[in-house]
Design a protein around this ligand. Structure first.
Ligand code: 5BU
Length: 258
C-alpha cells in the first residue's frame, strides 16, 4: 500500500507527540529522511561520525551497549552534537520485558537511556504493559517510542496478525508511540512514522540474515518515512560522500511519491 501524498510538513499537525512533530519538522527543514545507524565499538568513532555526518541526517541510531569504552560523558557529548546539527538520537534498544523491568532498563543503569535518547523502540511481545512501563519514564522527559512491527531479517516471526496487534496497541498510546519499525506501509495514517532498516543502494543481504532493499523501493513501494542505513555508509571508503548519496536518493524518492 502506498503512503498518501501528504508532505512531512503537512503531517506535523496530525502528530500527538512533541518529538514526532520535531522529527517531521527537521526532516522538512534539512531535506533529509536519512537515519545513520552508527554501529561502532568505540566512543571516538561514534562521535566522529555524529560530527561529520550530522548535517546530512535526521536521526542517529545507536546501539549503546556495543561501545567498549562507554562513559556517561559520551552520551552527553553526543547530545550536544545532536543539538548542534539538529538530529534526533534513537537508541535501538529493542526493549522486550515486563513493564516494571523495562522502566528500570530505560531510566536507570549505567546507560541512563531516557536521559539522552529522544527515541527508543520495543517489541510488543510481552503485551501492552511494556508500553506503559516505558511511558511512565519517557513521557515526562518528552521522549517517544517506536514499536517493532516487522524486522528486516530473514525468517522473522512477525506475521500479519502480529503486525495488526502491534498497531492496535499503538493506537492506545498516541501521545507516546510515534510509529513503527517496518518493512511495509503497515500504518498509513499521517501521524504514524514508518522507520525502515535494511536499506542499501544495492539490494541483497549479509551472511547473517539481513535483507536489504534500495532507498527508492523502501520509500516508494513500502511506505518508509525514514530510511535507516548502517554498513552501506559506515563501511564506505568515503562515508560522508556515501551519506550524501543516500540522502539524495531518499529525498528524491520522497519527492517522487508526493
Ligand atoms: P546495516 O549495517 O544497515 O545492515 O544495519 C542495520 C541496523 O539496523 C543495525 O543496527 C540493526 O541492529 C538495525 N536493525 C535492522 O537491521 N533490522 C531491524 O529489523 C531492526 C533493526 Br528493528
Amino acid at each position: 500500500m502506498k503512503r498518501p501524498s501528504l508532505s512531512y510538513r503537512a503531517r506535523i499537525d496530525y502528530c500527538h507527540n512533541p518529538i514526532a512533530k520535531k522529527l517531521l519538522h527537521l526532516m522538512d527543514a534539512k531535506q533529509t529522511n536519512l537515519a545513520l545507524s552508527a554501529d561502532f565499538n568505540t566512543g571516538q568513532m561514534l562521535i566522529e561520525f555524529a560530527e561529520q555526518l550530522g548535517p546530512e541526517i535526521c536521526v542517529l541510531k545507536t546501539h549503546i551497549d556495543m561501545i567498549d569504552d562507554f562513559t556517561p560523558a559520551l552520551t552527553r557529548q553526543l547530545a550536544e552534537i545532536a543539538e548542534k546539527h539538529e538530529f534526533l538520537i534513537f537508541e535501538d534498544r529493542k526493549f522486550a520485558d515486563i513493564g516494571n523491568t523495562v522502566k528500570h532498563q530505560y531510566g536507570k543503569g549505567i546507560f541512563r537511556i531516557a536521559d539522552w535518547a529522544h527515541i527508543v523502540n520495543a517489541h510488543v511481545l510481552p503485551g501492552p504493559g511494556i508500553i506503559e512501563g516505558l511511558a511512565s519514564v519517557g513521557k515526562e522527559k518528552e521522549r517517544c517510542l517506536i514499536l517493532l512491527a516487522e524486522m528486516s531479517s530473514a525468517g522473522h516471526l512477525m506475521n500479519a496478525d502480529y503486525v495488526a496487534q502491534t498497531l492496535s496497541m499503538a493506537k492506545n498510546h498516541l501521545d507516546f508511540v510515534i510509529g513503527f519499525i517496518t518493512q511495509h506501509n503497515v500504518a498509513s495514517e499521517p501521524h504514524w512514522i514508518n522507520f525502515t532498516p535494511g536499506v542499501k543502494l544495492s539490494a541483497g543481504g549479509d551472511a547473517l540474515g539481513q535483507q536489504y532493499v534500495t532507498p527508492e523501493s523502501a520509500i516508494i513501494e513500502h511506505g518508509a518515512d525514514v530510511i535507516i542505513v548502517g554498513r552501506g555508509i559506515i563501511y564506505a571508503k568515503d562515508p560522508l560522500a556515501e551519506a550524501v548519496k543516500y540522502r539524495e536518493a531518499g529525498w528524491k524518492a520522497y519527492l517522487a511519491r508526493a
